[in-house]
Design a protein around this ligand. Structure first.
Ligand code: ADP
Length: 493
């Protein structure tokens, strides 16, 4: 249920974002369209006003000029009337509207392109004397008129035109509305696509997280959202891709941790169950008399060994969990060469038992002679690795222990190479994991904790360890580093 709810939340979130973007786009475009329409209407209205005003003035002036130049300016002759008519006719060619030549009381002498609706405008225009009059007739018609007096006469020139809203609308539609509409549709399609593309990796991640939270560590965010070279991932934002990659890495780690935890638990269970089964068998046999009285001591000794084995396991586990942190108070400078020599001397009995030669090649460089850290723990690393070398090297074999300073990294590299069976390449990384043994049939001793403990101790000192195939003896070669003392001696105080 919870899973479904989460996925649904993610889906509805993307829908909400899409809707918000679409609605805001539509609102912005609508406002812009409205403003554009208003501006077109104003422009058309201004043009009409200018046209009626200018034309009525031009005609009036032209008639006045014509009358002045006639034979008898005080009389309007037929020739004058003819000239007046021609003037009106000429101007009307560039004017979309009606032109009237009237007397002061509205008697029409001439009309060009007359319209019945305009007649009422004439009186208003004459009484406004040169000012433009705008009359809204109905939704479609708005009349614009202007009248000018022909100087020194009682004649008036009246120009009337209709502001054709239908024409403005059709012009607005073809110039702005249709292109803008197509652009809005296109923008919406792009928005929806972009949102879908952006949110699909988020949805995928959400689904993956839900599955992981249910304990399914096999799921991963699809490669198309994490692979830079994938065409689909090009469309998703870089940081979302990084997020998806990080999520996959996190699940990898969780899966590994979960596997480790299961191996850890089953290893502990196995390593404790085996000696406990033996102890239980021996005690039962002693109690029911299956083991004769004279052999009891021998079996008690075996029980003691098994109990000791459990004790060693518990101590190792407890130690291993606390080794990755080094207490600065116990850090000290110690002579590395002496420590190595002592460890080899102490392991002499085991070496002799298998007739193994141990060659120690210690560097003469003064920088390789002293190290800095928790001496006892670092000594333990050498003991563990050298003990393993002896354990996995057959009789009459050879071991080489050598040191080399790395001044740049401020550490001393120690390598322990043996002529033993070596470690297969694919298992070299895993041998540092807890309870890991290359081949459980190879050795019955050990819990697979020795190298894990070494790695923890070295990690606590910020040092590294790895294993490779030895070039000289062809067995395993463990290489690890110990820190050199700090250069600034004040750090040691
Ligand atoms: P254990 O206590 O079982 O020896 P370690 O952690 O010390 O556990 O070693 C883990 C495993 O690594 C061993 O079981 C063995 O299989 C392998 N190993 C360690 N050192 C060597 C070596 N020198 N040569 C071959 N295999 C080794």
């Amino acid at each position: 249920m919870a899973k479904r709810a989460r996925i649904k939340t993610s889906a509805s979130f993307s829908t909400i974002i899409t809707l918000i973007l679409i609605i805001s786009t539509v609102i912005v475009f609508t406002v812009l369209l409205f403003l554009s329409y208003e501006s077109m209407l104003n422009k058309a209205s201004n043009n009409a006003k200018i046209a009626v005003s200018r034309n009525s003035m031009v005609i009036a002036d032209s008639i006045h000029e014509a009358l002045l130049s006639s034979d008898d300016p005080s009389m309007i002759t037929d020739s004058d009337k003819y000239q007046m008519y021609n003037i009106c006719k000429l101007v009307s060619q560039n004017f979309e509207g009606s032109i009237y030549l009237t007397t002061e009381d509205g008697y029409i002498i001439y009309d060009i392109n007359p319209d019945e609706d305009y007649l009422i405008e004439m009186g208003k225009a004459i009484s406004s004397n040169g000012d433009v009059v705008v009359t809204r007739f109905d939704e479609e018609k708005t009349f614009i008129s202007c009248a000018n007096n022909v100087q020194y006469t009682s004649l008036w020139v009246v120009c009337v035109s209709n502001l054709d809203k239908g024409q403005v609308v059709s012009e607005f539609n073809s110039v702005i509305l249709y292109p803008a509409g197509i652009a809005v549709l296109f923008a919406i399609v792009l928005f929806v696509l972009a949102i879908q593309l952006t949110f699909s990796p988020v949805r995928e991640m959400s689904k993956t997280i839900s599955k992981v939270s249910e304990g399914d560590y096999s799921v991963r965010v699809d490669k198309k959202y994490t692979d830079k070279n994938n065409l689909r991932s090009v469309t998703s934002a870089g940081d979302i891709m990084t997020m998806a990659q990080t999520l996959n890495e996190m699940i990898d780690k969780l899966e590994n941790q979960e596997n480790d935890r299961q191996i850890f638990i089953s290893s502990i269970a196995h390593d404790i169950r085996t000696p406990l089964t033996s102890i239980n068998g021996f005690v039962t046999a002693i109690m029911d008399g299956t083991i004769p009285a004279e052999n009891i001591d021998k079996y008690l000794e075996l029980i003691k060994q098994e109990v000791n084995r459990i004790r060693v396991l518990v101590v190792s586990m407890t130690e291993a969990s606390s080794l990755s942190h080094v207490d600065p108070d116990v850090m000290e400078v110690f002579p590395l060469n002496d420590v190595i020599t002592d460890v080899v001397d102490n392991l002499e009995p085991q070496l002799r038992e298998k007739n193994i030669t141990c060659e120690v090649r210690l560097s003469d460089d003064p920088d390789a002679k002293e190290c800095y850290g928790e001496a006892q723990q670092l000594c333990r690393v050498i003991v563990n690795i050298l003990s393993n070398a002896i354990k996995f090297t057959p009789k009459d074999g050879k071991i080489i222990v050598s040191t080399m300073p790395n001044k740049e990294e401020r550490n001393v590299e120690i390598s322990i190479e043996d002529s033993g069976i070596g470690i297969p390449e694919e298992k070299r990384n895993r041998i540092f994991e807890s309870f890991y043994k290359v081949d459980t049939s190879r050795t019955k001793e050990g819990f697979g904790l020795g190298l894990y403990i070494c790695k923890q101790i070295l990690a606590g000192h910020k040092q590294t360890i790895y294993v490779e195939e030895g070039k000289e003896l062809n067995g395993a070669k463990f290489v690890f580093t110990f820190p050199m003392p700090p250069e600034d001696t004040w750090d040691l105080i």
